[in-house]
Design a protein around this ligand. Structure first.
Ligand code: B12
Length: 222
């Protein structure tokens, strides 16, 4: 069974969605995340094992290679697609509580900002590392973040901004969350923001890339 889990991990690492998918060329004709996840479940491997020993190790490699500029956005998107294909089979086990996740992460792109490619990459990477992700989408107001926090007490909140003009909204949203819930951890990211900006607005963490956030979240629960 370890062999199948290793194969699944490789499918995530290299973005092999299913047998019919032509990408990546070196895996053409081989089974992908879709078929292998189904086979594992049929062989009574638990969803928890599939997550921990197949999906997470693959996604971890993706995060590290992306951080080191060894792969780029299109490859990460293929890995994310392979992962979400596997996740479709595991979702019922998550919903029934059979799979223990590390924690909950709420993410959204802040009010006024419609850019979501980076935010989606972050969401997939966090999910692939074993967290429940609540994705609020784009153009998200403080009220929506706070509502999601009430539904998911103890969750970490992630804010994304791509426009310099929406950085001010990121500051306001951080302040509003901290006023209502001072212990909530707020983490920020996006091209125009920096660690200096994080300090200025009173957020808890800034990461330039998804892997930095994975490391930060894992350190919180260690
Ligand atoms: C694609 C794009 C668009 C698409 C967005 C599609 C979509 N679904 O997202 C469209 C065409 C809709 C668009 C619209 C606009 N855009 Co635009 N867009 C871009 C572009 C080309 C790429 C952004 C992107 O996706 N990058 C790839 C992702 C993977 O990178 P990323 O978002 O930075 O995310 C990474 C990190 O930042 C980090 N990260 C991101 N979020 C988070 C969150 C957390 C918690 C963490 C830890 C990390 C993290 O992790 C990601 C992976 O490493 C950039 C230019 C550029 N090259 O960056 C301009 C850019 C961002 N856009 C710009 C502008 C001006 C606009 C418009 C105002 C244009 C207009 N006049 O209408 C509108 C604004 C619409 C709105 N209200 O939001 C400017 C912003 C300038 C500025 N300084 O503010 C840029 C920089 C282009 C430019 N050079 O002028 N845009």
């Amino acid at each position: 069974m370890n062999e199948l889990l290793n194969q699944l991990s490789e499918c995530i690492e290299f973005g092999k969605i299913n047998k019919a998918a032509p990408f990546p060329p070196q895996m053409k004709g081989q089974e992908g995340a879709d078929e292998i996840t189904r086979k594992l479940l049929e062989a009574n491997v638990t969803a928890q094992e599939i997550l921990n020993d197949g999906l997470m190790p693959g996604m971890e490699k993706v995060g590290i290679k992306f951080r080191e500029n060894k792969i780029f956005v299109p490859q990460v998107l293929m890995s994310a697609k392979a992962m979400s294909t596997a996740m479709v089979h595991l979702k019922p086990y998550f919903a029934s509580g059979q799979v223990k996740q590390k924690g909950t992460f709420i993410i959204g792109t802040v009010l006024g900002d419609l850019h979501d490619i980076g935010k989606n990459l972050v969401a997939m990477m966090i999910e692939g590392n074993g967290y429940k992700v609540v994705d609020l989408g784009t153009d998200v107001s403080a009220e929506k973040y706070i509502e999601a926090l009430k539904e998911n007490p103890g969750a970490v909140v992630g804010l994304s901004a791509l426009l310099t003009t929406t950085m001010v909204n990121m500051a306001q949203i951080t302040q509003d969350i901290k006023t209502i819930s001072p212990n909530t951890i707020v983490t920020i990211g996006g091209a125009p923001v920096s660690d200096d900006f994080r300090i200025k607005i009173g957020a808890d963490n800034y990461s330039p890339d998804p892997q930095g956030l994975v490391d930060f979240l894992n350190a919180q629960i260690a």
